[in-house]
Design a protein. Structure first.
Length: 346
């Protein structure tokens, strides 16, 4: 067993024992959480999730290792209602994130780098959100992205819903950085993203519809940050479900709930109501047309927590069964990373 694999096993054990830097309180998601299950057999590695602005109740997603295409999914049934192929961009390497901007465009982040900073640059693809949901090919713009402090592995791309500025959060087990793009992306030259904050290990992120809050998720937790004058403010724990491979998060269009997604065939997208919005409890309808909640809780890290130490809605302590799930997922992720090191395009 390699030293890297041993490290992953050790991290998994720490997670089970609650010794890994303040292990999060979590609980398994149920099938009646009010989310949906991705039905399309082509969607096997759903790595990003974004609520449509033009089509209420529809969510955009994509595979990470795939051709340049995205899927529009009905949030009530989980069925794909449109497949959109991007024309005018190169062959994607590792698409990891998707976000819809206030300009009516969809942004796809081809920003993954499983070799931990081996690519001299990564890409963002932008295309207008289609007015009609049907299978189609659309013209897209490709932007070249670099980081001011060197190459990074990243899986989170967020477009601010008011300013339209693009942000990327890098991914590292020792902690990542939040990077701010230029005020306006350029398709003719490079786009240098500069580091403006420190964040935990991040697999995806999303701004609230009002643009006043940023949620970042990792494999076992999620944190919310006040967004003040383009910078991270006070943070707190956010409930997040246990999932086989926690890859994505988005707000519903009305901001009443967060949706958490995972990779895998027929993967489950879990709905967690946002505290203080009047969202329905488990099993009840929400204003956005989806219902229920996940009995889950939030992550570790510095910053304030909500009253009672349980994060939003005060979820309970993790049990032995959940600890076993954490260990299993850690081992799977470790093996995936080891495999990813052998893939030149991952």
């Amino acid at each position: 067993m390699s030293s890297l694999r041993m490290r992953w096993v050790g991290l998994g054990v720490l997670a089970c024992l609650g010794l890994g830097g303040g292990a999060p309180a979590v609980a398994a998601a149920s099938e009646d959480d009010g989310g949906f299950t991705l039905q399309d057999p082509r969607i096997t590695e759903s790595s990003g999730l974004a609520a449509s602005r033009a089509h209420p109740g529809v969510y955009w997603t994509h595979n990470d290792q795939d051709e340049p295409r995205v899927f529009a999914v009905d949030g009530r049934t989980g069925e794909t209602v449109a497949t959109v192929t991007l024309r005018g961009v190169g062959t994607p390497r590792d698409m990891e994130a998707i976000s819809v901007g206030p300009d009516g465009n969809v942004y796809v982040g081809d920003i993954g780098d499983n070799l931990n900073g081996s690519w001299s640059h990564v890409w963002i693809y932008r295309f207008p959100e289609p007015k009609q949901l049907r299978d189609q090919t659309v013209d897209a713009t490709q932007f070249t992205v670099t980081y001011e402090d060197g190459a990074r592995d990243a899986e989170a791309l967020m477009v601010h819903p008011k300013t339209g500025r693009v942000y990327i959060a890098s991914k590292n087990e020792d902690g990542g950085g939040l990077y701010e793009g230029p005020a306006r992306l350029s398709a003719r030259g490079g786009n240098v993203f500069r580091r403006i904050g420190e964040v935990p290990w991040v697999t995806d992120g999303a701004f609230s519809p009002a643009g006043t809050r940023l949620v970042l998720r990792s494999y076992f937790s999620a944190r919310g940050y006040a967004w003040e004058n383009g910078r991270l403010g006070a943070d707190d724990r956010v409930r997040a479900p246990i999932q086989g491979q926690s890859e994505s998060v988005t707000y519903t269009a009305d901001g009443s709930a967060l949706l958490f997604g995972s990779e895998g065939e027929r993967s489950r997208v879990v709905r967690v109501p946002v505290e203080g919005t009047g969202a329905a409890p488990s099993g009840g309808p929400s204003p956005s047309g989806t219902a229920g909640t996940a009995g889950a809780s939030a992550g570790s890290g510095s910053g304030a927590t909500s009253p009672g130490g349980g994060g939003q809605d005060g979820a309970g302590e993790v049990g032995l069964g959940a600890g076993a799930v954490l260990l299993g997922v850690m081992l799977v992720l470790g093996l995936k990373r080891l495999r990813g090191g052998d893939r030149s395009g991952s």
